[in-house]
Design a protein around this ligand. Sequence first.
Ligand code: FES
Length: 148
Amino acid sequence: MAEWSVGRVAKRCGVRVSTLHFYEEKGLISSFRNSGNQRRYKADVIRRVSVIKAAQKMGISLASIAEAFATLLDQRTPTQRDWQRLSSKWQQELNTRIAYLERLRDSLTGCIGCGCLSMKNCPIYNHEDKLVSEGPGPVLLDKLMKQH
Ligand code: FES
């Protein structure tokens, strides 16, 4: 079994050593001590860290990542099937996120009801910032994003 030092894992994954310690504290990855009492990782930690980074980029919370990772047994290297099971847990979350981002993309060209009155169509949708009575922030955008 190949043993990886924390520095080597950090370098290969493009993360700080402190990030690995943080992931470990959160139970997302685990290490062991070698005969010299040095912290070491199994090679599959690289894949775990890579998946954590990718999932975070997609906006999946660390809590959700930890929950999904709990299905991967620590005692052995996860198989393709293990990863398949894990990714199916995220499918609904990712679909919801994709739909949200599509709505956001399609809404940003019009008035979002933020009070700036800087767009041509603001007087139609938010005359004299009447939407301020409904609360702070981009009222129209918030409403749209909550609809689904
Ligand atoms: S975009 Fe800000 S109020 Fe219309």
